[in-house]
Design a protein around this ligand. Structure first.
Ligand code: UFG
Length: 345
């Protein structure tokens, strides 16, 4: 249980998919989450869902975390002692069409936040990074020591540059203690179905597309390519239950707090995945079993920019944080389906 002054954690993008689940995990661990979110990719219903789960209103600032003027006051008023920074644009395709908007938002918000953290003496930061930094890995499972590949998208590049910004700030001896978590593919929803993924418009990601098809919102889903050099020809990913991923943030935060007052500057990157790879076709079949729904799908051409296979080497996060994913993919798909059904109500 977190104690007194170590409790209030600013969660930027806390009304988003991973952010909202992390708010629940933080509260369960005794922290006091405070959200800042501009609701550009979220809805009021997330806050309602959080209230239903937690039994109280989570403090929420409806603001852009690029807004330098408001942050110092917020830090002071809410007694913030650590930050989890989710707020970012994340659509790969859109990032190629609107590069400057992505660079300004994703790099600008981290720079602003870092400046305010250094100014106000808040040192502990968990940053949302992505397995996209590995590109197509040469060896699997992929470890943190694998080379970072040239980014395939502007979105991916913003994650790489943010990692460098954090690394360089800590290397300069600034009072920053940061863990960047490289997420694999988060799926699922909270088991109560009170919060889950809320894609804007047509989903880009696999599981929301599947659940919307099963719910009749989309007539059919397409598996993008079955001619990859994998056992069943479809791509392989490391699908992690969003609540497991949320709990990884809490474990990372605790690890930073346990560094003690002597540890002034710290930067590390950790893979946040399950360590297991599942193919797209396996996931589609497992969804059918988990939901009892017949999914209308077809095999289509490959999607530009997709990599063949990626899944995490999780030995570093297990040994450093004592954390590992404990929910099954089937459970994640059951939760995702329950959430989709809840949305209809
Ligand atoms: N897929 C389909 N049909 C769909 C949607 C996806 O077959 O309708 C396939 C994709 O081709 C891919 C797999 O399902 O093989 C997973 O696709 P997602 O879009 O769900 O996830 P990605 O692995 O492409 O994306 C993830 C993160 C991004 C990150 C990206 C970088 O969601 O944030 O990895 O590779 F940028």
């Amino acid at each position: 249980m977190a104690q007194g002054a170590d409790r209030s954690i600013l969660v930027t993008g806390g009304a988003g998919f991973i952010g909202s689940h992390t708010v629940v995990a933080l509260a369960a661990a005794g922290f006091r989450p405070v959200i800042i979110d501009d609701f550009s990719n979220s809805q009021q219903r997330v806050l309602d869902g959080l209230r239903d789960i937690l039994g109280y209103d989570v403090p929420c600032y409806v603001q852009d975390c690029n807004d330098r003027a408001i942050l110092p006051g917020l830090f002071q008023r809410e007694n913030i002692c650590g930050v989890i920074h989710f707020a970012a644009f994340k659509a790969v395709g859109e990032s190629m069409e609107e590069p400057l908007r992505y660079y300004r938002n994703n790099l600008g918000s981290l720079m602003t936040l870092l400046e305010v953290m250094l100014e106000t003496g808040v040192s502990d930061l968990i940053f949302s990074s992505s397995c996209t930094v590995y590109g197509e890995p040469e060896t699997l499972p992929v470890a943190e020591t694998a080379p970072v590949q040239p980014a395939a998208s502007v979105y991916g590049n913003t994650k790489q540059i943010c990692e460098e910004m954090l690394r360089d700030t800590a290397a300069a001896g600034k009072p920053l203690r940061c863990i960047a978590l490289r997420y694999f593919n988060p799926v699922g929803a909270h088991p109560t179905a009170k919060i889950g993924e809320l894609p804007l418009g047509t989903p880009n990601n696999l599981v929301p597309y599947i659940t919307q098809t099963a719910a009749g919102i989309r007539p059919q889903m397409t598996i993008f390519g079955d001619d990859y050099p994998t056992p069943d020809g479809t791509c392989i990913r490391d699908f992690i239950h969003v609540m497991d991923l949320a709990e990884a943030h809490v474990a990372a935060l605790r690890a930073l707090q346990q560094l003690g007052a002597d540890a002034h500057s710290h930067y590390d990157v950790l893979n946040a995945g399950t360590g297991r790879g599942h193919s797209v076709l396996e996931l589609v079949r497992l969804f059918g079993e988990a939901s009892g729904q017949r999914l209308n799908y077809r095999i289509g051409p490959r999607r530009a920019g997709d990599i063949t296979a990626v899944y995490a080497d999780v030995s570093k996060i297990q040994s450093q944080l004592g954390w590992s994913a404990r929910r099954s993919l089937r459970e994640a798909l059951e939760d995702a389906w329950r959430w989709e059904e809840h949305l209809k109500q």
